[in-house]
Design a binder for this molecule. Structure first.
Ligand SMILES: Cc1ncc(COP(=O)(O)O)c(C=O)c1O
Length: 468
């Protein structure tokens, strides 16, 4: 969609778009893998046919090995099924394990990945998305519990009878009472990583309230130490247990007679091989994974992305994908992050912008695609975004985009902006931040003018992620 706001005639810099830079797309590796997997009819015929519901078996097995090594857990292909990526799988999880009448609410750690809201709304949760604030360690567990209790007791008072589900989950699936949505590692947008103790408390709370935690673990392979040089040989230091690993380590919960567990890890190849492959994986208990594979759209033709799944399985077999991530993707993102943070220090910090260097309190670790800034001396993020489009042809993420839709008061981000360092060329990252600095300075000197300008902009004309 083209921008409805007339753009300044300067080179456009898009710091909103959360895409990988074209250099980070392993086209040649994927092309060679495609040739290999289609060369022999013994392999190519099943690959080009309908897939098993749980997905391409060699990819399940190789993922189990790779993830097992990475997270230090016992590999088990029965805990994994192949998906069409994190977004598609989020929709499938909701189709199979939630009910818009029975499931009370979707609790979203805020600021949240804004594009998830529509997926929840499509599954019948419009008006029932609830914000849960986070602090430096991640989700505020006490506040989440307080809000869950308040909701449950309000609903008990308002309607005596237990809500009856619309759906019949059948023998392979169950309906959860609550959903908690989190991006615990290198979160989009805040860049934060949840501490281990918060992870443990979150899993325990999910067990207590019959909640399913859907954990988008899409940035887990993109973490780097902040100190010192970019060293491709140096392995990432941070391998915190996923929520699903913690859930598994606690054994089956007392009230979980069928062993569905209370967490699902939503993994994706989008950030490590390319969003266009539209392939990912879900990891949970074997019962949960079996149930997920019984989602109607998987039963009709099998798991999505069968051809890409075969190509990616081949790249895991040869080790080329792992090596591409280690030697190219992660070091390039690390370098880009440093370039952007240096520019932020020079051009924005003197104007009161505060970022976080580390994604985990007390550790020099960062990762993901985004820098999240608080404009402590103003102006509000929405004003900066409007003026950046008009005067600089720069597109940024304004904080209020990442508030929880329908519960904007539950956690507010009016003073924040999100800048993406993965997409634009490195020179544009610096130039974009420099031009934003000049703009914010002008704005701080004449706020009334910019308030008037923003008042004339319709919300529907403001940047959205699909802008090109
Ligand atoms: C937290 C989060 N979840 C999911 C996605 C989308 O993942 P996929 O491309 O696998 O659908 C993104 C992409 O930006 C993301 O940041």
């Amino acid at each position: 969609m083209a921008s409805p706001i007339p753009l300044a005639k300067k080179q456009q810099i898009n710091l909103l778009r959360g895409w990988p830079s074209p250099h980070l797309l392993p086209a040649d590796l994927l092309s060679a893998a495609c040739q290999r997997v289609l060369a022999d009819p013994v392999e190519s015929v099943p690959i080009l046919q309908y897939a098993p519901d749980e997905g391409y078996q060699p990819l399940r097995e190789r993922l189990a090995q790779w993830l097992g090594r990475h997270y230090g857990v016992e590999p088990d292909a029965n805990r994994i099924c192949i998906t069409g990526g994190a977004s598609q799988n989020l929709a499938c999880v909701l189709q199979s394990f939630t009910d818009p009448h029975y499931t009370r609410a979707v609790w979203m750690v805020a600021p949240c990945y804004h594009l998830a809201a529509t997926i929840f709304e499509d599954s019948g949760f419009a008006g029932r998305l609830r914000a849960v604030p986070e602090d430096d360690e991640g989700i505020d567990i006490e506040e989440l519990e307080r809000r869950i209790k308040a909701l449950e007791s309000k609903e008990r008072i308002e309607s005596q009878a237990e809500p009856k589900p619309f759906k019949n989950p059948g023998p392979f699936r169950k309906l959860y009472r609550h959903v908690i949505y989190a991006v615990p590692t290198c979160s989009n947008p805040s860049g934060k990583t949840m501490s281990v103790r918060r992870r443990e408390s979150l899993v325990k709370l999910a067990r207590k309230y019959d909640a399913l935690v859907i954990s988008d673990d899409v940035y887990d392979f993109l973490q780097w130490p902040l100190d010192g040089a970019v060293d491709p040989q140096r392995p990432p230091e941070m391998r915190l247990p996923r929520l699903c690993d913690i859930d598994m380590s606690l054994g089956r919960a007392e009230n979980d007679s069928q062993g569905f567990g209370h967490t699902v890890s939503n993994g994706s190849f989008s950030k490590i091989a390319g969003p266009g492959v539209r392939t990912g994986w879900a990891e949970g208990t074997p019962a949960f994974v079996l149930g997920l594979s019984k989602t109607g759209s998987s039963m009709s033709g099998g798991a999505p992305s069968q051809l890409c799944a075969a190509m990616l399985a081949d790249l895991l077999r040869t080790g080329e994908l792992e090596s591409f991530i280690e030697t190219k993707t992660r070091p390039e993102l690390q370098r880009r992050h440093k370039i952007m943070m240096d520019a932020v220090k020079e051009h924005l910090e003197p104007l009161g912008a505060v970022g976080r260097e580390s994604s985990v309190s007390g550790e020099s670790i960062y990762g993901g695609y985004f820098v999240w800034l608080t404009l402590t001396q103003g102006p509000p993020g929405v004003l900066v975004s409007d003026a950046a489009v008009k005067e600089e042809n720069i597109i940024i993420g304004r904080g209020d985009m990442f508030a929880v839709r329908g519960d904007e008061q539950g956690a507010k981000f009016d003073q924040n902006i999100r800048l993406c360092f993965s997409w634009e060329p490195e020179e544009a990252l610096v130039d974009g931040v420099r031009r934003l600095g000049l703009l914010i300075k002008r704005m701080q000197g004449n706020l009334a003018h910019y308030e008037k300008m923003a008042a004339e902009v319709k919300d529907s004309d403001r940047p959205v992620s699909s802008w090109v």
